[in-house]
Design a binder for this molecule. Sequence first.
Ligand code: GN1
Ligand code: MG
Length: 372
Amino acid sequence: MEVDIAQHFDCPRKVMRISPLGRGHINDTFLVAFADGPDHVLQRLNHFVFPRPEWVMDNIVRVTQHLQNKVAHLPDCHQRSLRVIHTRQGRSLHVDDKGQYWRMYSRLHPMQSYDQLQTHRQAYFVGRSFGEFQALLADLPHPRLHETIVDFHHTPRRLARLLHVAQADPQRRRSLAQRELDFAQKRQPRVGRLVDCQRRGEIPERITHNDTKLNNLMFDEAGNEPLCVLDLDTVMPGLVHYDFGDMIRTGCATAAEDEEDLERVDFDRHLFSGICQGYLEAGRHFLTEREVEHLAFSAILMTLEVGIRFLTDYLEGDLYFRVHHPEHNLQRARSQFELVRRLEAAEAELHDLVMETWNRSLSGEMERAGIP
Ligand code: GN1
Ligand code: MG
């Protein structure tokens, strides 16, 4: 089936092999090997998650072209940005006869990503890469990018939706998740902090990635140097906190997102400080003090938010995230809420660390010291 789909794109013609690729929870990704040319990546977009696939691709075409122009002077520029392959009719999407949406990228050559970081240096690069990504997109010409998922990081609305679904309890799973529901509800007074600051004009809208999961950053084959940011489906207007928070959630965690043994769930302060250094080093030319003041909090908020989303999906019957067993979304929510607990316990300390790093970056001390 995917073989026929591949033929619609402007790529080599003789498909040799198609194999599943990647670990994402949303789209279906395949590596396509051709007999008569280089490999390509074929993806089926999740139409339930992205109600307007053409908006997703409009954004991605603009963003990737902008990024390609910015890195064109680098010798390895082809490795540093995704490249959209259009259909033979010149479109960025192919719609098959079942109404499913497909797109193709050229394959980036051999690289690796991490599910867990080991060193402070890697953490520094993660922070710096996503910070540079925001900086590179800051001058994307108008018009404003489409909101591919409306209110994607509007945490108060995410929580309201959880409570609504819990009330209706369509799958009769609520009794199994009561403790987690209480955990989320107790945090209601805090979930509006970022959107309220934005509404009051204290922090600005920017172009952000919005899904800065650690494995969306590709490193070179040896795993030393970061090269390319992937998964651009949610690049759209947002707050820098959405990116920073999710980087901490996934980049500093000591256990997997769905870890069952909650004793193992924690975050690593050393990695936190690495991400923070890299991010503020890249961001010191554009971030405002007001934005920086909320960065430590954003790690808590983004972790709480994704836990709320997993829990909602569990109660709704696993419609959104791909699951590997019936309790998977509940298990993910539990693990994320445990991480929230750990981050909350260290909030003041993390805030001090962010502010101290910010002051060091402003003074030029970090730049003089170079890559840690
Ligand atoms: C999804 O596609 P993937 O796996 O990178 C989700 C993110 C969540 C993440 C949790 C469009 O990301 O928002 O943080 O799962 N993407 C979308 O692992 O909802
Ligand atoms: Mg994604």
